[in-house]
Structures are given as C-alpha cells and as structure tokens.
Design a binder for this molecule. Structure first.
Ligand SMILES: [Zn+2]
Length: 163
C-alpha cells in the first residue's frame, strides 16, 4: 500500500484528481492522500540529478513543486520511497503517468525499458505494427516525443500485465 503526501500549498482536490487518473489497480493500492507535515520524514537524495527534490520513507509518495529547470522530476529510491516533482507546465495526465512510472519501479518492473519491449508489445497486441514501424524509423525520437503520454500508457499497461 502507498501513502500519498503532498507539499503544503497544493490543493487536495487537485492531487486527488491526478490520482483518479491512475488505473484502478493502482488506485486500490493507495491508502490515503494528505498534506505533508513536520512529522513526515523527508530527505535529500545524494544524486545531483534530483538535487532540489525530497524523498520520503518506504511506501510513501511525496509530491512537491519543482522548477522548470529540474533535471529529473521523478524517482524511486532503493528503499521504495517515491519522489514526484510537478513543474508549472506539466499537465495532469503527465503527472499521473509520472507517478505510475515510479510505482512500476517500486514494483521492480522495467519502467525505463520501453524500447527493449517493442516487439513483445506488438506480438502481445498492445502496440500496432504501424506504431512499431514509426518507433523503429529515423523519426522514432520525434514520434515518441509527440505521443509520449499515449505510448507511456500503452507500455505501463503492458508491464502491469506481467505482475
Ligand atoms: Zn524510470
């Protein structure tokens, strides 16, 4: 079970709305959503890529605002604490996918392995041959960039099937 805590200043309805975009299987793993307080243990990760982000304890998901220039906006530490950053320009779909991505890491699924699973996604019916072709072409980065949320959702759903 995961406990979602968010930085003071966020509207609870906004965070609840983002969580409601996650698949039901994930939503069922969330125990509660509340504002973070001074009793919550948050620490800074030593890796400079996450330099201004705070990480919570195991089974917690900490949501915080980050600057436009933050390098990485999501992370899952070795203990299973999940840190999520929200930039001003992020839309709610993107944020929900970011949370889902880190939850997949915490479940030891290969959340970063999109390109390694392309063929298997096609043969298992998750991805069309047309998309497979585009993702294998010279334009793969462009195609991925403009369809990122859609492709991430396909990939994460495929990964969940492995649980
Ligand atoms: Zn990742």
């Amino acid at each position: 079970m995961y406990k979602v805590i968010y930085e003071q200043g966020f509207d609870k309805n906004y965070i609840q709305y983002i969580i409601s975009l996650l698949p039901e299987e994930i939503q069922n793993k969330i125990e509660y959503i509340r504002e973070a307080n001074s009793n919550d243990v948050l620490y800074e990760y030593s890796d400079p890529n996450w330099k201004s982000m705070k990480f919570p304890e195991r089974d917690f998901i900490y949501i915080q605002s980050v600057s436009l220039f933050q390098r990485y906006v999501g992370g899952c530490d070795e203990e299973g604490g999940i840190s999520i950053g929200i930039r001003k320009q992020d839309n709610t779909d993107t944020i929900a996918l970011r949370i889902w991505h880190e939850i997949l890491h915490s479940l030891s699924l290969d959340a970063d392995g999109f390109y390694d699973h392309l063929e298997d996604m096609v043969t298992s019916g998750c991805l069309s041959w047309a998309e497979y072709g585009l993702l294998n072409s010279l334009w793969n980065n462009v195609y991925y960039y403009f369809n990122r949320n859609h492709l991430d959702e396909i990939y994460y759903t495929y990964l969940m099937g492995k649980l």
